[in-house]
Structure formats: structure tokens, C-alpha cells
Design a protein around this ligand. Sequence first.
Ligand code: NDP
Ligand code: MG
Ligand code: MG
Length: 336
Amino acid sequence: AATIYYDDDADLSLLEGKTVAILGYGSQGHAQAQNLRDSGVNVIVGQRKGSANYDLAVEHGFKPVSAAEAAEAGDLVNLLLPDEVQGDVFKSDVAGNLKPGNVLMCSHGFNIHFNQIDPPKGVGCALVAPKGPGHLVRSEYEAGGGVPCLIALQESEGTDLNEVRGLALAYAKGVGGTRGGVIETTFAEETETDLFGEQAVLCGGVSELVKAGFDTLVEAGYQPEMAYFECMHELKLIVDLLYQGGLSYMRYSISNTAEYGDYKTGPRIITDETRAEMKRVLEDIQSGKFARDWILENKANQASFKATRRREREHGVEQIGLKLREMMSWIDDKKV
Ligand code: NDP
Ligand code: MG
Ligand code: MG
């Protein structure tokens, strides 16, 4: 069974007299920096000038400095930059400013696990990953709760894992994580399960399922508005039920006809072939093939990635969705 830590297992006083440097004031950065500060921790924000995130940090009462200055000042230095940017910023601004006894941190293990970042000798290395988007990490904390977190420790020459664990748990308590529960994992497990989940189920799987369902109805002559509601809009209702009570509660709540169709048709959509492909997807993640492809894509300035993003935005379900959401005034509709 997993080891789960709660408030009493973590000692915030371990951070007394220490400075936490948060590099990046984006989704996770803005939330973790503010939560730590409200927990009484001394926080310095490293955020480049000239962006909305810089202004936001100022508005929130921080005095943002460059990544290099923040790394210099921090005893714990957390890289909350996009994963594909972290390797370069680490090399240019962070590595040379870390001292023995410091702890290098992150909220996703990609760069450490796939060897894009190597913690210097004597520098501890820990992951504290909130299991939710930044805005929720902040709002839950403000409401007196906390988004559950994962922690993981990386062996690093000349460091004591127990000491690093204590600091990581104190950090997790500072962002509110121990209120919800902090599960100990490894860099390999966090990185591989996170990539698999988003690719096979949450993002890749769901996107293709929605598009395929929409296309099937539209190609059969049904109105795209109807197809949008059936295959995209109503997903939220289903996901909310899953979140509250799992598959059983979702199936208890839907009609018996829908439940019968679920059992009868689900396995025709996710077939043995799909399950075999999922295993191959996982193998590509474990072997580092996926990481190599993504790193290469970034070396090529994300050319094919950006072209795919543009093409995907033109899909029929996206076009009709833009119009329909504008008419639903209760939806806080977003455009990108
Ligand atoms: P965001 O994209 O929201 O924020 C990125 C930050 O990095 C911004 O402050 C941005 O500043 C800065 N930045 C971007 N490019 C550069 C650059 N080239 N040089 C210097 N600064 C740069 O990131 P997230 O918060 O989403 O992700 C941070 C980490 O947290 C990642 O490791 C991610 O995997 C992890 N994570 C994210 C979760 C989420 O829900 N978003 C959940 C759990 C983990 P600017 O405004 O100037 O571009
Ligand atoms: Mg992820
Ligand atoms: Mg229906």
C-alpha cells in the first residue's frame, strides 16, 4: 500500500530560516508561491520581465527577480517552468547558482527522469507534485483545504534522502498538500504514469473519442449541434459523477438504458486491439522513446507540434462548439 503523509507527518519549521525560490509564476508557480508565503515561508519569485505573469507576481506583492538571482537566493529551488524549457534554463541560470545543501525541486519528473537535468553533487532533489491545476491548488488552500500531492526523492551524491524527504514534506505542507494527503512515489512512477494517463486516457484518449463520435454522427447526416451536445457537452455531467462516486455511481445515476448500452457497447469501442496498443504506448514511455521524440520536436522549434495544434483547432467539433458556448451564458466560456 502507498505511504500517505498528512499534516502531522510534516514539520514546517524545517523551512524556518530558509528561502524557497519559485522559478516561473505560471499555473503552478503562482499557486505554490502564494500558498507557501501564507504558510509563513520566505519565498522569492524568479520570473522574466515583460509578461503578464511578471505583472501578476508584482500585483500579488512579490518582487520578482531573474531566474539566476532567484536560484542564487534559494535554499530550495523549484523549477515551475514548462517542462520543455526547464533543461535550458537549468543549464544557463540555475546549475551554477546551486550550493551543496540546496534542494532542487520540480512538480513533474520528466527532466530528472529522462536525464535532461542532473542535480549537482551535494544538491538534494525532490518532486512535490500537486494533483491538480494551479488555480485549484490556490483556491483549495484559501478555502482551508489542499490539493493532494505526490512526493518523490532522487538519489544525489552527497545528500541524505531522509533530510531531503523532511524538507519536501515541509514544502508539501506549505502548499496545503498534507491537508489532502501526500503520497510517496518515485520519479520513474510519477513521470511514467503521468505521461501514460494524459496520453492514453485524459487528453489523447478523450480527444480522439470525442472527435470520432462527433464525426460519426455528422457523417451520418445528423445536425452538428446535436452531435456536439451528445459527444462533448454532456461529458462534463458524466465526469462529475465519476469524480464523486466512480463508475458505479455514474451508472447508478444514468438511465438503465444508458447503463445497458455502456456494458454492451463500451468493449466494442475499447477493443483488445486498443488495449494492446495501450501497452505499446506505455512501452514507448518507459523506454524513453516518447521523451526523445518530444525533446527532438522542441529542438526543431515545435514545427510539427504547432502545425498539428492549428489543424486540430479547425475540426468541426471545435467550430460548432465556439458558437454554441457563446449562447450558453452560464458557461464561463474560454477561447484560445
Ligand atoms: P505555465 O506554462 O503555467 O507557466 C510557465 C512559467 O514559466 C511562466 O511563468 C512563464 O513565464 C515561464 N516561462 C515560460 N517559458 C520560459 C522561458 N523560455 N524562460 C523563462 N521562463 C519561461 O507552467 P505550469 O505551471 O503548467 O507547469 C510548471 C510545471 O508544473 C511543469 O513541470 C508541469 O509539468 C508541472 N505541473 C503542472 C500542472 C498544471 O496543472 N499546470 C499540474 C502539475 C504539475 P512567461 O509568462 O514569461 O512566459
Ligand atoms: Mg502531465
Ligand atoms: Mg443521451
